[in-house]
Design a protein around this ligand. Structure first.
Ligand SMILES: *[C@@H]1O[C@H](CO)[C@@H](O)[C@H](O)[C@H]1NC(C)=O
Ligand SMILES: *[C@@H]1O[C@H](CO)[C@@H](O)[C@H](O)[C@H]1NC(C)=O
Ligand SMILES: *[C@@H]1O[C@H](CO)[C@@H](O)[C@H](O)[C@H]1NC(C)=O
Ligand SMILES: *[C@@H]1O[C@H](CO)[C@@H](O)[C@H](O)[C@H]1NC(C)=O
Ligand SMILES: *[C@@H]1O[C@H](CO)[C@@H](O)[C@H](O)[C@H]1NC(C)=O
Ligand SMILES: *[C@@H]1O[C@H](CO)[C@@H](O)[C@H](O)[C@H]1NC(C)=O
Ligand SMILES: *[C@@H]1O[C@H](CO)[C@@H](O)[C@H](O)[C@H]1NC(C)=O
Ligand SMILES: *[C@@H]1O[C@H](CO)[C@@H](O)[C@H](O)[C@H]1NC(C)=O
Length: 505
C-alpha cells in the first residue's frame, strides 16, 4: 500500500513537480526519497568506475548479465545467510569461487597487467609439485622443521641430501609421507583447507618455509626457464597480458657447472619472455622490479642500488626499478635507509611495499610516509593508508596507484572478512587502484582472477559494475612502467580484447 502511494506520487511529481504544495506531509516523505536517491547516486558517481563511460550497447548488455549474477550471488548470501566467499579464508572457498558465474565472467575478462607479483610465488603449486619435484636430479634434505629441495649433479655436503626419486621409490609409506610433506610446504594450506596459525609471525614463518623450498630450485636455469614460461602461460590463460614481477636477480646455474650472474639472469627473463611473445604475439612482456629483502640488507645498500641502476641502464626496457620486500613488521623500516635511498630519487624508480600491517603509528605503517616522500611510483599493499589522512591526500594529489592485494592480506592474517578491507574506502573515494595477486602460487591460486573476484564481490559496493572492472584493467596499463609507445599498443590490443569479451558475454 505504502509502495503503491509512493509510486503514484512519483508519477505526480514527474508530471507536475511545481504544484505539489510544500506543506503536504506526504510531499516531505517524497522529498526524503528524492534526497536519498540523489545522495546514493552521487556516491555511485564518486566511486571508482562511477564516471567511466560505457563503450557500447553490447557492453551495457554484458553488464546486465554480469550484474544479474553479482546481485543473485550477493542476495543469496545476504537473504539466505549462506556463507559469503569473500568473508572466509580464500583457501577454504577457492572451489566455491570457481563455481560462481561472476568468477567465470571475470576469468574471461581481459584484465590488462598484473603489477605486484613475486617471481618465486608466480606459478601454481600444482605445477611446481607435478613438474618440478618429479625431475631428475632433485635432491631432498629432511630437517625436522622443514624440507629443502635442490637440483644437483653431485650433492653438496651441507645437508644430508638424498635423491628424491630414491626416497619415493623406497616403499609406499615413504612415498606417501614425503609427497604429503612436500605438498604441505608448497602452500600455506592443504587442498581445500586453510591451516590455522597461532600468530601472524607464526604464519609468516610458515610463509618463509614455502619460499625456502621454492627459491633454491629456481636457481637451476633450465628449470627456471620452464617455470617462467609456465607463469606467463598461467597469466595469459587468465587473460592477463603484461607482468611486472618483483624479484632479486639471483645467480643461476646449470649442471655443466656454468653459473649465470645478474646480467645473465636478466637475459634469461628476456629470452623466455621473447620466446613466449613469439608463441603469443598479443602478450605485452615482462618487467622486473628488483627486490631486496628488507631483513637481509647486510651488504652495502648504496652499492647494491648502483649495481641495479647499471643493470637498468643496460636493460632500460626490462628493469623497471627497485623495492624492499618482506614482512614490514619484522623487517627494517624504510626510515633506516633514507640517507641511502634519497640520493637515488629520480635516478631510478621506486615501487615500495608500504603499510602492509595492522599496526597504527608504528614504524611499519609509517613506511607510507617514507614511500610517498621518496617519490614511490606506486604503493605496494598500502593496507594502512586509510588511517593516514595526509597520505590519502598526497597519493590522490600525486595520482600514486595503490597495489591492492586482497587475498594476500587475508591469507597473511591482516583481515579475515574482506568486506572489512580498508580498500573499500579507497574504492568509494575513487583512489587510483590496481588489483594484484602478490603470491598466488602460495595459496593455491593462479594468476589474477581470484583477486579480481574478491575485489569485485567483497571490497566494492553491490552497485559497482563492469565499468569498475574495466577501470581496473585500464589502470593496470596506465600505472605500469611500460613506456608511452608500449602503453599505446597495450591499450589498442586491450580495447580489441575488451570488445571481443563483451560480445562473448
Ligand atoms: C576517478 O579518478 C580518475 C583519475 O583521477 C578520473 O579520471 C575519474 O573521472 C574519477 N572518477 C570519478 C568517479 O570521480
Ligand atoms: C544489490 O544491488 C541490486 C541492484 O544492482 C539490487 O537489486 C539488490 O537488491 C541489492 N542487494 C541487496 C541485498 O540490497
Ligand atoms: C533463497 O533460497 C531459496 C531456496 O534455495 C530460493 O528459492 C530463494 O530464491 C533464495 N533467495 C534469494 C534472495 O536468493
Ligand atoms: C615440465 O614442463 C616442461 C615445460 O613445459 C615439459 O617440457 C616437461 O615435460 C614437464 N615435465 C614434467 C615431469 O611434467
Ligand atoms: C621405507 O623407506 C624408508 C626410507 O628409505 C625407510 O626409512 C623405512 O624403513 C622403509 N619402510 C619400510 C616399511 O620398509
Ligand atoms: C639468450 O638468448 C641469446 C640469443 O639466443 C643467447 O645468445 C644467450 O646465450 C641467451 N642467454 C642466456 C643467459 O641464456
Ligand atoms: C657504501 O659504498 C659507498 C660507495 O659506493 C661508500 O661511500 C659508503 O661509505 C659505503 N657504506 C658503508 C656503510 O660501507
Ligand atoms: C624528482 O622529480 C620530480 C618530478 O619530475 C620533481 O618534482 C622532484 O623535485 C625531483 N626530486 C628530486 C629529489 O630530484
Amino acid at each position: 500500500m505504502v509502495w503503491f502511494t509512493f509510486k503514484v506520487q512519483i508519477i505526480l511529481l514527474l508530471a507536475c513537480p511545481m504544484i505539489i504544495p510544500s506543506t503536504n506531509a506526504e510531499f516531505d516523505s517524497m522529498e526524503f526519497w528524492r534526497k536519498r536517491n540523489n545522495l546514493i547516486d552521487e556516491e555511485k558517481s564518486l566511486a571508482f568506475g562511477g564516471k567511466t563511460p560505457f563503450y557500447s550497447e553490447s557492453e551495457i548488455r554484458a553488464n546486465d548479465i554480469l550484474m544479474k549474477h553479482k546481485s543473485s550471488e550477493i542476495n543469496e548470501a545476504f537473504f539466505n545467510s549462506s556463507e559469503f566467499a569473500p568473508s572466509r579464508n580464500f583457501m577454504s572457498v577457492r572451489k566455491s569461487i570457481e563455481d560462481s558465474n561472476v568468477f567465470k565472467i571475470i576469468r574471461k575478462m581481459p584484465k590488462g597487467a598484473v603489477l605486484n607479483v613475486h617471481a618465486s610465488a608466480l606459478v601454481s603449486a600444482k605445477w611446481v609439485y607435478e613438474n618440478v619435484t618429479f625431475r631428475d636430479n632433485v635432491y631432498i634434505c629432511i630437517r625436522p622443521e622443514k624440507l629443502l629441495l635442490r637440483i644437483f649433479d653431485k650433492p653438496s655436503n651441507d645437508c644430508n641430501w638424498q635423491l628424491l626419486s630414491d626416497l619415493r621409490n623406497a616403499n609406499e609409506t615413504a612415498r606417501t609421507q614425503i609427497n604429503s610433506r612436500i605438498l604441505r610446504q608448497l602452500t600455506l594450506g592443504t587442498e581445500g583447507q586453510a591451516e590455522s596459525y597461532s600468530s601472524e609471525d607464526d604464519l609468516w614463518a610458515k610463509f618463509k618455509k614455502v619460499f625456502d623450498l621454492r627459491v633454491p630450485l629456481l636457481r637451476y636455469k633450465p628449470l627456471f626457464e620452464d617455470y617462467l614460461y609456465q607463469g606467463l602461460k598461467e597469466l595469459y590463460d587468465d587473460n592477463v597480458f603484461f607482468l611486472e614481477v618483483r624479484t632479486p636477480l639471483l645467480e643461476m646455474y646449470d649442471l655443466d657447472g656454468k653459473t649465470y650472474d645478474e646480467k645473465e639472469s636478466t637475459e634469461v627473463y628476456i629470452n623466455v619472455t621473447n620466446r613466449f611473445m613469439r608463441d603469443h604475439p598479443d602478450f605485452m612482456g615482462v618487467k622486473i622490479i628488483y627486490s631486496i629483502y628488507r631483513k637481509m640488507i647486510s651488504s652495502n645498500l648504496t652499492e647494491t642500488i648502483k649495481k641495479i641502476i647499471q643493470l637498468q641502464q643496460i636493460y632500460p626496457n626490462v628493469i623497471a626499478g627497485i623495492d624492499l620486500i618482506g614482512q614490514e613488521d619484522l623487517g627494517y623500516p624504510l626510515r633506516n635507509w633514507i640517507s641511502v635511498l634519497e640520493p637515488f630519487i629520480n635516478k631510478t624508480d621506486f615501487y615500495f611495499h608500504a603499510g602492509e600491517t595492522n599496526w597504527y603509528g608504528l614504524e611499519s605503517d609509517e613506511n607510507l610516509f617514507d614511500a610517498v616522500l621518496l617519490n614511490s611510483k606506486r604503493i605496494g599493499h598500502g593496507y594502512a593508508i586509510v588511517k593516514h589522512p595526509k597520505i590519502m591526500e598526497l597519493i590522490k594529489q600525486k595520482r600514486m596507484a595503490v597495489e591492492v592485494c586482497p587475498i594476500a592480506n587475508q591469507v597473511l592474517a591482516l583481515i579475515t572478512d574482506l568486506r572489512n578491507h580498508p580498500a573499500s574506502i579507497l574504492f568509494a573515494q575513487n583512489f587510483s587502484i590496481v588489483i594484484s595477486s602478490n603470491d598466488p602460487g602460495v595459496w593455491g591460486a593462479t594468476a589474477l582472477s581470484y583477486d579480481f573476484y574478491e575485489a569485485f564481490m567483497g571490497l566494492m559496493s553491490n552497485h559497482s559494475d563492469i565499468r569498475a572492472l574495466k577501470q581496473l584493467a585500464i589502470n593496470s596499463i596506465h600505472f605500469s612502467s611500460m613506456n608511452q609507445g608500449q602503453k599505446a599498443r597495450a591499450v589498442e590490443i586491450w580495447v580489441q580484447k575488451w570488445k571481443d569479451f563483451v560480445d562473448m558475454v
